[in-house]
Design a protein around this ligand. Sequence first.
Ligand code: PLP
Length: 403
Amino acid sequence: MDFHSTDNNSTRRIAALKQRVDSLRENDLYFYNQAVEEMLPDAKVRVRGRIMGMYASYSYLGLVGHPRINEAAKRAVDKFGTGTNGVRTLAGTLTIHNELEETIANFKHTETAITYTSGYVTNLTVISSLMGRGDYVFSDKINHASIVDGCLMSGAEFRRFRHNDMEHLEGLLKNAPADVSKLVIADSVFSMDGDIIDLPKIVELTKKYNAWLMIDEAHSVGVLGKTGTGIEEHFGMGDVIDIKMGTLSKTIPSVGGYVAGKKELIDFLRHGSRAYIFSAALPPAQAAAANEAFKVILDEPERLDRLNANTKQFIGGLKSMGFDTLLTETAIVPVLCGTDEKAMELTKRCQQQDVFVLPVVSPAVQEGMSRLRATVTAAHDPSDIEHAMDVIYQAGKAMGMVK
Ligand SMILES: *Cc1c(COP(=O)(O)O)cnc(C)c1O
């Protein structure tokens, strides 16, 4: 049957998307789904036969390919094979899963932890199993899509507060009924802007209004805090977050997601969250790699020092060239362009000079806020960063973005 033979909403959506993608491809402005052919030292990659500096990676501490982590994965394959006997609740749990969860609990200073097979699924299943009809969730306007989807899936009343605006959040909390369950949820480091949630204030508000606090640490584990344990360490606060969520796919070079917290909460999730009960366990190699990576973060603190120095160099350099990097304080560095077209044009010019950056355009960000979103890692060499900034500068200058 011809896929497009019937005319309905779905086939029209497919046709509209095809038209947009085709037009980008024709204009050499399609940057998605490019395959990396080889990972090279110093955060370089080979793409379409060319050696490029990678400035779009989430491997903030440069742990992808770390020998200790690779070894741990190989040992796990030799011991357990490449798959499991099914879902965790039934026959899928291996000792390496329990070890990983203990490692995470220690790293996050909580009683225990639970893991899932992706960060995206972790947010969906955790939010929707804790919250339901009649409850209230409060979510930052620019929270990650997986949080938004989890809130919608829960069926709870969904309230969005202006980005990092604690007065607005307080107003919304005040207006909610006193006797319902409330959950406040935010990214720790915002994935498009690189700025940091006001944790002290949000903790104060959740206490005052008797709400749970869930923080998504996808971009802060290994990045924030003196030893890289995350946002609580960054603000010098103890164990103040009820539901500490994170991914195993960014600084941790594996795949999966976790929640660390009190034993009762985690026990509830082990028996009440559908992605744990109805989806297969993490493969042994990925669980072992993640387990080793948390240890490497603590054993090799010089990586975080390098990340901090590189971040400072990158943000400071781009700012002094006249670019608007919004309020970033972390390794995620937006270079504001305005229109989608400008963001794509700047990307094209950078990639032509072998600097691998990517554009973020609407609807992923608000219209008029399209940008180049560059990331820097501990693996970059300072002289390469200097070169990449020069490429971005020359491109921006040619486009009239900076003088
Ligand atoms: C990447 C990301 C996720 C999803 O994690 P995956 O492991 O890639 O599924 C969730 N939340 C935030 C804030 C993220 O940046």
